[in-house]
Design a protein around this ligand. Structure first.
Ligand code: GTP
Length: 345
């Protein structure tokens, strides 16, 4: 392996956020490959299995032989079509040519038997002499992804843990910001191109959970937490970020949707929990507060806003949902903005 590749691997393994890993790997591959167009796909399982292109990088030598890089050029239709048509077989390394005679190496990154990301390297030149290096870099990426993904998860429920909240939120917002600035729509999402106007955060808290523990013991308490996390996975979408913040508090960061859609999903969740029969414990309810994610807000402010709405729900009957913005409008809570020097992007 060349020093360049080794340097890039150092860069890849210095990442502390699995979603930032993809950017590093594209940059690494573009450096040692010939003139090429690289696509990073993200695997999605719900509502159907898909591979969505999330970043592209073009690496091309200029007349002086210096590599120039261009991010986020639109993916050629033929490439996407090939991936869509061959989804079922693209679960292992594949070498193929598209109709336009372009050579492709497709490398899936697998975690827990699912294609979480995939890298498609395409070029007018044959890529066979780069194959070993491509595979080695992808393997480092896959192993490292597994380590990061494990450290980002809560051990009981498998949801994202609190430690990752700021980095996930920051990376989500900066991705959306880039997309919006360069006019790229989220693949497969034609609902709202102006993503930043439609991002919401909800805080979910189990009602009277102390009584559950006191009456049935911690093991059944834990079982409630586990089942609740499974219900969350069923109700919310694959691309929504689901966190367990510790204790009986959960957080959802929605993929871009309208306020009404967020409200509908959250009310559905309240209903699903209310009607679920939890082992031994029986009936459990949750209270939820949610707030708009403003790109100019400090991550703590966003959380505090949703928390205020949650507190209001706890004070006003539990087993219900309140929106921070509605409460502000009605003068029922006050906004406090935390001054900070963290910029989201
Ligand atoms: N079983 C279990 N219990 C936990 C865990 N983490 C926190 N708890 C318990 O969660 C309970 C939280 O209680 P409180 O914060 O008083 O709130 P609550 O009883 O849910 O009441 P409200 O939120 O006001 O409806 C405490 O009894 C904690 O011990 C955990 O990982 N497992």
């Amino acid at each position: 392996m060349t020093d360049k590749v080794l340097d890039s691997i150092v860069e890849i393994t210095s990442q502390r956020d699995s979603s930032a890993l993809g950017i590093s790997i594209l940059a690494t591959i573009a450096e040692f490959s010939p003139t090429c167009f690289i696509t990073l796909y993200q695997g999605v399982e719900f509502p159907t299995r898909q591979l969505n292109p999330i970043h592209t990088l073009t690496g091309k030598e200029d007349e002086n032989g210096i590599k120039q890089y261009l991010w986020e050029k639109p993916i050629p239709q033929a490439y996407k079509k090939y991936v869509d048509d061959n989804l079922l077989v693209l679960t292992k390394l594949s070498v193929y040519q598209t109709e336009d005679d372009i050579h492709h190496v497709f490398i899936p990154i697998i975690n827990e038997n699912k294609v979480v990301y995939a890298i498609d390297v395409s070029s007018e030149h044959r890529l066979s002499k780069y194959l070993d290096t491509l595979v080695a870099v992808a393997k480092v990426c896959e192993n490292f992804y597994t380590v990061l993904a494990t450290s980002e998860r809560d051990t009981l429920t498998g949801l994202l843990n609190r430690r990752t909240y700021e980095s996930k939120l920051t990376s989500l917002l900066s991705n959306q910001y880039t997309r919006q600035r360069v006019g790229i729509q989220r693949p497969g999402n034609v609902r709202h191109p102006l993503d930043l106007d439609y991002t919401w955060l909800a805080v979910v808290d189990i009602d009277h959970f102390k009584q559950v523990n006191d009456k049935f013991g911690h093991i059944y308490g834990d079982e409630v937490l586990l089942v609740l996390s499974q219900l969350m996975r069923q109700v919310f979408r694959e691309n929504d970020l689901l966190f367990r913040f510790g204790g009986e508090e959960f957080v959802i960061i929605f993929e871009p949707i309208t306020k009404e859609q967020a409200e509908t999903a959250l009310n559905k969740f309240i209903n699903v929990v209310r009607n679920h029969k939890f082992p031994m414990v029986g009936k459990v309810t949750v209270s939820i507060g949610f707030a708009k994610i403003m790109s100019t807000d400090h991550p703590t402010t966003i959380l505090d806003n949703a928390d205020k709405a949650l507190y209001y729900a706890k004070e006003n009957g539990r087993d219900c949902l309140y929106s921070f913005e509605n409460l502000i409008e009605q003068g029922l809570v006050k906004a406090v903005n935390i001054e900070g020097d963290i910029e989201l992007f």
